[in-house]
Write a protein that binds this ligand. Sequence first.
Ligand SMILES: Nc1ncnc2c1ncn2[C@@H]1O[C@H](COP(=O)(O)OP(=O)(O)O)[C@@H](O)[C@H]1O
Ligand SMILES: [Mg+2]
Length: 397
Amino acid sequence: MIDNQILKNKTILYAEDESIIQDGVTETLNLFGLNVICAENGEEALSLFKNSENKIDLILTDIKMPRLDGLGFIKKVREVNNDIPVIITTAHQETNYLMQSIELNISAYILKPINIYKLEEILIKAIEPSVLKEQLIEKNKKLEIEIKKNKEKQKIMEAQSRFAAMGEMISMIAHQWRQPLASIGTASFNLKYKLNSEKYDLTTQKGRDEQTDFFSKKLDEIEFYVQNLTTTIDDFRNFYRTDKKLSKTCIENPIKNSLKILQKDLQTNNISINLDLKSKKLINIYENEITHVFLNIIKNAADKFLEKQIVDAEIKIITSDLEDKVKVEIIDNGGIIEKENLDIIFEPYYSTKKEKNGTGIGLYMSKTIIENNHDGKIVVENTNDGVCFSIILDCMI
Ligand SMILES: Nc1ncnc2c1ncn2[C@@H]1O[C@H](COP(=O)(O)OP(=O)(O)O)[C@@H](O)[C@H]1O
Ligand SMILES: [Mg+2]
C-alpha cells in the first residue's frame, strides 16, 4: 500500500522567491527523499517545467513572486497539463486566492510559515492519486499482456488438439480401410487368377455365362468395398470439417456419430457398447465439437481397457432429459481413477500415456468445448459401476 516511500525519488518543482525559506524547505524536501528543482519566480518555474520532458511529478509554489506570480504560473501549466499535482504556499490568507486555486485544480493550499510535519502528509496526499493511476495503468498493461499470452496459448492448444485428432483420424481410417482394401485385393487377385488359368470354356455358351457370372460377382464385391471406403472418408470429412455452425439436434446424433467413427476399433477390441438413449429434447450445439468430446471420452475408456486387458469391457451411455437440460453419462467398467487424480485429469498435458503418444489434451479440450463453447458442465466421478463422465447441456425451450 501507499506509505511515505511514495515520495522517494520523485521530482518536485519548487518555486519560492525568498531564498531563506527556499533553502530550509528544500532541505526538508530532500529529507523526504524528493529530488528538488528550484525556481526563484514564476517565469523561471514555467521554463523549467516546459523543459523538464515530463520528469516533474509534483509542483510546490509560492503565490507572491516577481515576474510571474504562482497562480499565473499554474494557469500556464494547466494549459498543457491538467493532471500534475500542485500545492500552493502563501502568507496571504485571502479568499480570492483560494477561489482561483480551486479553479486551477490545486491539491492543497498551505499557509506560511510551513509546518514541516504537515508538509510530508500533504505531499503524500497530493501525489497519491497520480501514483495510483500510474500503478493501475501498469497493472492494466500487465493484465493485457497476460490475456494476450493466454489467448495465444489457447490457440496453440487448439492446434495441438487438431493435430492429435488428425493423427487419430488417420489411424482410424487406416484401421477401417484395412479390411475393404484386403477384400478388394483378394477379389482382383481371383479375377486375374481365373483369367490366367483359363478355366472357362469360352467356346460354349455355358462357359461364357459362367465367366460373366464370376466376373460380375467379383466386380460387385469390389464396388461394394469401394463404396465402403468412400463412406468412411465422408464420415471423417464431415466430422473434421472446420466450419463452426450451431445446429439444433438431439444429443443422440453426436453420440452415434462418434460410435460410427470408433465402431471398428471397438469391435476389434471386443468392447461392447450399452446404449440407453432416453433424451429427446433439442439442443443447440456445434455438433462436430460435441462429437469430438464423446470420441475423446470413449477412446480414453478403450485405451484403459486395452492397457489393463479387461475381458468383459463395456461402455454404458445413458442420456436423459432434465427440466431444461440434457444429461449424458458415460460409464466404463475398466476400474476407477485414483482419488488424487480426479481433479487433474482435465488439466492440459496431464496424461498417463506419455510413452504411448498420449497428449493430455483430449479431456482439456473436451472441458473447453463443453464449458466455454456450450456453457455446459462436465464432471468425472468414480461410481460403483466404474468411472463416470457426466455432461450437462442446456436444451432449447
Ligand atoms: N475413463 C478413464 N478411466 C481412467 N482414467 C482416465 C479415463 N479417461 C481419462 N483418464 C486419464 O486422464 C488422462 C488424460 O486424458 P486425455 O486428456 O484424454 O489425454 P490422453 O488420452 O492423451 O492421455 C489420461 O492419460 C488418463 O490417465
Ligand atoms: Mg485421450
